[in-house]
Write a protein that binds this ligand. Sequence first.
Ligand code: IMP
Length: 181
Amino acid sequence: MKLQVITSNQGKLREFQAALPQVEIIHNDADCDEIQADTLEEVVLSCIEQLRSKGLNNFILDDSGLFVDGLQGFPGVYSSYVLRTIGNAGLLQLMDGRTERQARFKSCIGALIDSEVIIAHGECQGKIAFAESGTEGFGFDPIFIPDGYEVSFAELSLAEKNKISHRGNALRAFSAQFNSR
Ligand code: IMP
C-alpha cells in the first residue's frame, strides 16, 4: 500500500520511512492550519479533517511536542513556536538553575486509511541536558537525553532513536492497528 506522509520536516520523513518498511512512503507537503489546541490529538484530528475536505486519502501525519515537568508541561503544544523563536538555547536558559529536568516527548500519529481515521500515541521519557550536543536528528534532539542513556537524541543514529523515541513508539502502535484492520 502507498501512504502519503504529510510533513514539511525532512527529519520526521526519514523517521517515518525507517519505521514503516512495509508500506511505500510518498512525501506530500500539503498544508493544514495548525489550530491552537490543548492536546496534540486535537491538532491531529483537525489536520486530518482539513486534508480529507481537500480530497486527500491514505495519508499519515504526526504532531509532537516536548513537555518539561519543571515548566508545567511547557512548551508542549507550543513546541514548534518555541523552537522558531527562542530555540534550544532559549529553552536551556529557561531551565537555568533548575535541578528538576525530567521531560517527555509525546507524539500523536493520525492517519486516514480508506477513509477511516486511525490515531496512535507514543511517549519517550528523559531529561533536559545542561548543554546542546550532537548533530543527528532535528529540533530539540540536541537537548533531550532519553532515560537510560548518557547521550542526547542528536548523538544517536536514526535507527537507535526510532527504537526508543516517542515517534517510534507511536508508529509501532499505529502499525499494530494498521495491520489488524
Ligand atoms: P510538530 O508541530 O509536530 O512538527 O513539532 C513541534 C516541534 O517539536 C517542532 O519544532 C519539531 O522540530 C519539534 N519536534 C518534534 N518531534 C521532534 C523530535 O523527534 N525531536 C526533536 N524535536 C522534535
